[in-house]
Design a protein around this ligand. Sequence first.
Ligand code: SF4
Length: 199
Amino acid sequence: VDGGHVTADMVDALVKRHAPMCMRNLHETLQDKGHLRHYGRLQYNSFLKDVGLPVEEALLFWRRSFRGMSDDKFNKEYKYNIRYGYGLEGKRINFPAKNCINIITQDQPGPQDNHGCPFRHFSPANLSSALISQYGLNFAEQSEILQAVKSGHYHVGCTRLFEITHRKQGVKKGDGLGEGESVSHPNRYFERSWSLVKD
Ligand code: SF4
């Protein structure tokens, strides 16, 4: 996906349909609480930038999502950081979205945080319940993923979730799934999903 084709109005549906669990978790927390803490904003902003959300649409998306905040507070405390993430402020570095290894190993989330990788940072009970209630996995599917995660193979868990959820949407083996490739970047997960399930 090349920059500039995604609008603020498209984010909710696209993320729910195509984003990996780390980004969907950030999105749902943001929509639910009307806020995200610092590292969560960093992780999600750079993901959306590389999905192709232009900066004007990103500002609209974040402004709407931060419910109950004045325009003044948003402009003073958040606008700069969102633009910074797009390489438009400060040192003007357009940082690429983080890959899975960086998300898993850097900036470990505390109890109040929602950033990071759910396969690495959720408790087994929370991961299990999210897989069943949010993704509709059956017991055998969720326990296979929990087993991979228990052995430290977080990307294997994420890859299996991709395969299971896309197979349920009609994507067949041979259409780019189950051929030894595993998830290593949230944006590649998203792009692959969007290209396989076109709408
Ligand atoms: Fe996100 Fe990567 Fe974790 Fe999957 S393995 S949830 S893409 S950080």
